[in-house]
Design a protein around this ligand. Structure first.
Ligand code: LIP
Length: 262
């Protein structure tokens, strides 16, 4: 698997997203409140799968959108591409220009590489295990700052109402412990922002592997951490909670969550 070949495929998919003119009849409901998919989510996922199969015919896929060649299984023998064709779909629907393409790559069941591309600002994040983390080919190494020295971000969705009280109780406590609070509507963009030092920390109560798989490698290779909110390892074969950040800020936030949980 040549990461540079996959990066160029993702860059091409980014042009589809950036030049998209979404019509009302191209928006469809998914399961749960305020949960949507657009024709462009499906078009970009189809494009990515077809292009990746050209260079890696034995590839497996765990993509967000339902399609015949998307088995949503993690291969134990080869590469699995964990694809979010448009992370920040609701943002895309309202022309927020804060959406990205996220492709995590697992090898024999473990995360190996990650790519997050925001075509609106042309930022291409990528990382390969033990080879470092980069944005537009600039190497990323994290400063281990705490909550008080940075921006804290969180995510929430109407269709994931689990633990909403704990989420907002923690955000209220966080408000007094950090420089500023942000919530941009794209988990992958928030995770990439940890790797380049824009966010000190990010958390969300429930996400799916395609929201965080790529970000996990990009953060860890930059020197940050990513776990579930209780500190346990993340899962890539099913959804889980996410807490990511610098080592110091993540530890501080986990303590805040514990205080709010009692
Ligand atoms: C979105 C995430 C966001 C989260 C939403 C949703 P999508 O991904 O990026 O952080 O709050 O629940 O999961 O659905 O736009 O690909």
């Amino acid at each position: 698997m040549d990461i540079n070949v996959i990066i160029e495929i993702v860059r091409e998919a980014g042009e589809i997203l950036k030049s998209a003119h979404l019509q009302k009849d191209q928006i469809f409901d998914k399961e749960g409140d305020a949960n949507f998919v657009t024709a462009f989510d499906m078009k970009i996922q189809k494009f990515l799968i077809e292009k990746i199969l050209e260079v890696d015919p034995s590839a497996s896929f765990y993509g967000e959108e339902e399609s015949a060649d998307n088995k949503k299984e993690i291969s134990s023998t080869g590469y699995t591409y964990i694809i979010d064709p448009i992370d920040g779909t609701t943002n895309f629907m309202f022309d927020y220009k804060t959406s990205c393409i996220s492709v995590g790559i697992a090898y024999k069941g473990s995360m190996y590489a990650g790519i997050i591309y925001n075509p609106y600002v042309d930022t291409m994040f990528h990382a390969v295990r033990n080879e470092g983390s980069y944005v537009n080919n600039r190497r990323l190494t994290l400063e281990n700052k705490g909550l008080a020295d940075g921006i804290s971000a969180f995510g929430c969705a109407r269709y994931n109402e689990d633990s909403t009280d704990l989420l907002f109780a923690t955000v209220k406590k966080l408000f007094y412990k950090t420089l500023a609070i942000r919530s941009c509507g794209s988990a992958a963009i928030e995770l990439a922002r940890i790797a380049n030092g824009s966010n000190a920390v990010y958390f969300e109560m429930l996400l799916q592997p395609y929201d965080y798989a790529a970000g996990a490698v990009i953060i860890e290779e930059a020197g940050g951490v990513i776990t579930q909110i209780d500190g346990s390892p993340i899962t890539i074969d099913k959804g889980c909670s996410i807490l990511a950040g610098t080592k110091k800020a993540a530890e501080e936030l986990r303590k805040l969550l514990d205080e709010c949980r009692v």
